[in-house]
Design a protein around this ligand. Sequence first.
Ligand code: UDP
Length: 330
Amino acid sequence: MNVLVVGGAGYIGSHCVRQLLAAGHRPVVLDNLVFGHRAAVPADVPLYPANLGNEKEVGKILRKEKIELVMHFAAYAYVGESVTDPLKYYFNNVAATLHLLRCMLGAGVKKFVFSSTCATYGTPEKMPITEDTPQVPINPYGQTKLDMENTLKALARAYGLSFAAFRYFNAAGAAADGAIGEHHDPETHLIPLAFDAASGVRPPLQVFGTDYPTPDGTCLRDYVHVDDLSRAHIAVFDKLATPGAALFYNLGTGKPTSVLEVIKAVEKISGRKVPYVAAPRRAGDPPALYADATKARTELGWVIRYPDIESIVATAWKWHEAHPQGYAAP
Ligand code: UDP
């Protein structure tokens, strides 16, 4: 299929582009390159540096490239910033997505894959989290994603749009060949920060909260490899042939891993010590978040190739060693 990957120069989007190529599809990237990296997109994949607000241009791209399905990864995803500057998040994650959807429907493109998040669940009472767990986001970031999920349901009913919303747990890792990987500016994610602490280019890692009601007192998260995530997005294509399909899937390994366990894995893979200090809890961090992804496994035949934290960290370390400054330097 001809697939428009919006945000295809970003972390998850760029990995999805490579998986699309591997599966024999034809990806086309739309990315305004505010957070995306041109170098993350293969040279022979068309890249349009357009803004979603420019409906005329987006419509033209959809028609010119004969797009059949759109995957949408372009969103702001800093939870803390979403609390201090919610307007920015509503404009980018909701308003811009509405522009995109209007362009799609105008051009007759009715298949959509949306990146949602486990942040839509807030602080659930029960673990693991299934798709039926009540969605009660505790920050504007999670709320914007939930708002879009609900909007998509209405569009499916009214216009026959078929969509899948994937609720990611903690995306991590890098392409197996080390060619592309994770590079955020600013970087706030645990694994890249642990690498930088181990390499001495940043101060010791702060462990946010050591008094959580978890086995070692630190937060439990479900780290899932970015290529595993990407393959689920492609596995859903057949289901989107049904007009009005409205699909929701958790994507996680189902394995809770603590911050200290991540640090241990980084030390083992890198062969270096990760200097760290105990720091206060980070606002908005629930003690534990991990998925029950049975639905994706059974309905999509989704197979997790990186089931444990060490195999995930190993790919991220390969990328980090080859690109210590990310995309900023060779
Ligand atoms: N974390 C930490 N120190 C850091 C960054 C993250 O202790 O410098 C913890 C954070 O509290 C959470 C886990 O690592 O429990 C994963 O955080 P990350 O920011 O990577 O992803 P998030 O869960 O926020 O999407």
